[in-house]
Ligand binder design. Structure first.
Ligand code: GLA
Length: 377
């Protein structure tokens, strides 16, 4: 990828760039909990967005997406927001850096990636983190803290891309560490690395190829439901709620909001259960919780779709240890914890059955837990 980017950069801008990359992410468990102040358990993966970039001495950004073969230019003032959605991620990062009192000047950049788009692997967070990391190094002597880089990505989503997301994706993209998952407490923002090399098991993603787009999806509505329930219960976020509080207030809460809250409250405990089980090497419990999460996301939170439910059923029928929809939902992948000796059968069965039913083979992605944002030497 680096050579491809270098060639594209030199052809277009005739100078020598430097390279930065940031990663997509998986999440073992803890879905839709981040914006509820709960726990998440993600890790960065070996799928990256990379940029070749150089300062250009002007007040303009000149930006080329290799994968889309599209070019645009924009200034760095608020009113210079580009028309192209893909460029808004980079523009937003520039603006969020500037708003925090740090420096950004004109630069030239080309970028490309192998994080599948719309698959729930956070290609947008990878893009934001890649540029936030680059601007910190190029213009600010790395004075912006790594955590702030994640927040810059999140604010970009909120203020320039229309997704009222939590912090998980950007956090995972910048803090990811090879062979480690991270348990993040999204309220205190404390986190802990968990070495993750399950003996005798593999983590595999099955991409339904149903494109998920969080912009204009009911994602923001889910968040509003949670905030409404928290307000009714008189707590800051659903992190502070339990089932007895929810039951006591049931009459004041709509049926739909009630179901959303049931899921979130249950998920908080499931993440903690999984962390405990992992420390004991108890993968059966990890797997059970994953199935429970899927059930909740499908029936109570209602962010699944027919294809993902089908893949979950196939996993169950094959005897896969754990399986669930991953990420924001409405399409994308299931994440599966599979015993190594079952792996081939499961992958083959999932491909065949899905193809029989939907006329398309799902894409199998083996998970390799990797480093997050970095300068590429
Ligand atoms: C998307 C958001 C995250 C998180 C997940 C669901 O990926 O960007 O902040 O809410 O959905 O867990």
């Amino acid at each position: 990828m680096k050579d491809k980017l270098r060639t594209a950069f030199i052809e277009r801008f005739s100078s020598n760039p430097v390279f930065y990359a940031s990663a997509g992410r998986i999440n073992l468990i803890g879905e839709h909990t981040d914006y509820n102040g709960g726990f998440v358990f993600p890790g960065a993966i070996d799928k990256y967005i990379m940029t070749a970039i150089n300062i250009n001495g002007t007040d303009k950004v000149r930006l080329y997406s290799v994968d889309m073969n599209q070019y645009t230019e924009f200034g760095l003032r608020e009113e210079d927001k580009p028309a192209e959605q893909w460029a808004c991620y980079v523009f937003g990062v520039c603006r969020e850096v500037i708003k925090r009192g740090f420096e950004v000047k004109g630069f030239d950049a080309v970028f490309a990636g192998d994080v599948p788009l719309g698959a729930g692997l956070s290609s947008s967070a990878a893009l934001e983190s890649c540029f936030a990391y680059a601007l910190n190094d190029l213009f600010n002597d790395n004075k912006i803290s790594i955590f702030e880089l994640a927040l810059i990505g999140q604010s970009t989503e909120h203020n320039y891309c229309g997704v009222n997301c939590g912090i998980m994706d950007q956090f995972a993209s910048v803090f990811g560490k090879k062979d480690c998952l991270m348990r993040l407490d999204c309220r205190s923002l404390e986190f802990k690395y968990f070495p993750f090399k399950p003996v005798g098991y593999k983590l595999v993603l099955v991409n339904s190829q149903v494109k998920h787009e969080l912009v204009d999806s009911p994602y923001n509505k889910r968040r509003e439901s949670c905030e409404r329930v928290a307000k009714t219960l008189g707590v800051e976020t659903l992190r502070d709620a339990d089932m007895s509080m929810l039951e006591a207030a049931k009459a004041q809460i709509s049926d739909e909001d009630y179901k959303r809250a049931v899921y979130v409250i249950g998920e908080k405990q499931r993440v903690l259960d999984v962390c405990e089980a992992l420390e004991k090497g108890d993968y059966e419990t990890v797997g059970q919780r994953m199935y429970e999460t899927h059930h909740g996301l499908s029936k109570d939170y209602e962010v699944s779709c027919e294809e993902l439910d089908f893949l979950n059923d196939v996993a169950k029928e094959c005897g896969v240890t754990g399986s669930r929809i991953m990420g924001g939902g409405f399409g994308g992948c299931t994440i599966n914890l599979v015993k190594e000796d079952l792996y081939d059968t499961f992958v083959q069965t999932a491909k065949t059955k899905f193809n029989e039913k939907y006329g398309i083979e799902p894409i199998i992605i083996d998970v390799v837990i990797s480093d997050g944002a970095h300068k590429v030497e």
